[in-house]
Design a binder for this molecule. Structure first.
Ligand code: NAD
Ligand code: UFG
Length: 336
């Protein structure tokens, strides 16, 4: 049985991936500093799977603690979710983002190298396609960014790529996520944003709960079918399963491989609002406001590489994503 170290494993995508890993028979070790998640998530994972995971409250910026995890466990492969992820905050606190995301990753790579563990699946983002590429985004397009968060993803991909050039034993899969939403079907784990959410679906969920008055629709004058922004929303459970396929790919293939994880279909803000209204049986009031700085009209994935290399494709549609988000929100109105 293989042991997988999941950094950021108590976070939104990490926790769903831990569930899928355990259900597929992997041993899971979680490293998380709990800066954006809670330890109770470990209990929730156990409640869903019936299996306990080994949890280390540790910070990747602490190299010694990170190394100790590799000394105490025989880690076969790493899935690396840990990082800060709020675009707006990264503009205000660039140093914190560069230090945490890049510094943390460099420490992780050092600890892996010393332990001779050279297989890693990294959480990248569609944000690396920047603003100059045309949809659908394909993996060979040039990467760029418009904010410090995005640059951390571009740079970490570069660093990981350089590792595979310097040492042919490394296997790196950089998964470029589109817009992950939804929650585990059980309603036990889901997305837990602190304060007022920045992202569309967590915001709508708070409106549906009655905690926020209305959704601000950031622009209805884009060149899209209904004028509102189009994104490739993907159910977090589909996304989690993509990581298992990527682990298997990394076990068989050396080198650096970026792969999109999306559905290939775009939904507009208003389409998501309609789907959510149906899921929760409530009206979601909206107010159209000017565009949000830095937003693009549309973003969706070309998904054929994931199909070809991983044999993976997303299965769950926007209705299911909204139903599971609402189920989690109702069961956890104060968060997890
Ligand atoms: P999340 O904040 O829920 O999870 C990240 C976890 O990492 C948190 O539990 C946090 O406590 C932990 N963490 C942060 N810095 C750490 C450090 N230095 N040491 C140890 N733990 C640390 O975020 P998520 O939505 O699950 O995202 C996971 C990854 O996927 C991130 O790298 C993110 O940038 C990337 N990603 C997310 C999205 C999205 O929309 N959610 C889209 C594209 C890419
Ligand atoms: N939107 C609103 N109102 C809101 C929030 C969002 O109208 O209150 C709109 C946005 O303008 C956009 C769409 O809803 O058209 C989706 O916005 P999100 O903030 O949910 O997601 P983004 O596509 O802007 O950002 C996501 C991730 C980032 C990542 C980016 C690019 O959150 O981490 O995709 O991959 F960088």
């Amino acid at each position: 049985m293989q042991t997988i170290l999941v950094t950021g494993g108590t976070g939104f995508i990490g926790s769903h991936t831990c569930v899928e890993l355990i259900q597929a028979g992997y041993d899971v070790v979680i490293l998380d500093n709990l800066s954006n998640s809670k330890e109770s998530c470990v209990d929730r994972i156990k409640e869903i799977t019936g299996v306990g995971v080994k949890f280390y409250k540790a910070d990747l910026l602490d190299l010694e603690s990170t190394k100790r995890i590799f000394d105490e466990n025989k880690i076969d492969s790493v899935i690396h979710f840990a990082g800060l992820k709020a675009v707006g905050e990264s503009v205000e606190k660039p140093l914190e983002y560069y230090e945490n995301n890049i510094g943390g990753t460099i420490n992780l790579i050092k600890a892996m190298r010393d332990a001779n563990c050279k297989s890693i699946v990294f959480s990248s983002s569609a944000t690396v396609y920047g603003v100059n590429n045309k949809v659908p985004y394909t993996e060979e397009m040039t990467t760029s960014a418009t904010n410090p968060y995005g640059y951390t993803k571009v740079m970490i991909e570069q660093i990981l790529n350089d590792m595979t050039v310097s040492d042919k034993d490394w296997s790196v899969v950089a998964l470029r996520y589109f817009n992950p939403i939804g929650a585990h079907e059980s309603g036990l784990i889901g997305e837990n944003p602190n304060g007022i959410p920045n992202n569309l679906v967590p915001y709508i969920a708070q409106v549906a709960l009655g905690k926020l008055e209305h959704l601000r629709v950031f622009g209805d004058d884009y060149e899209t079918p209904d004028g509102t922004g189009v994104r490739d929303y993907i159910h977090v459970t589909d996304l989690a399963k993509g990581h298992l396929a990527a682990l298997e790919y990394a076990a068989e293939n050396k080198g650096f491989q970026p792969i999109n994880l999306g559905t290939g279909n775009g939904s507009s803000v208003m389409e998501v609002v309609k789907a959510y209204e149906k899921a929760c049986g409530k009206n979601i009031p909206v107010v159209v406001t000017p565009r949000r700085a830095g937003d693009i009209a549309e973003s969706y994935a070309e998904t054929s590489l994931a199909k070809k290399l991983l044999g993976w494709e997303a299965k769950l549609d926007i209705s299911k994503m909204c139903e599971d988000s609402w189920n989690f929100t109702m069961k956890n109105p104060e968060g997890m």
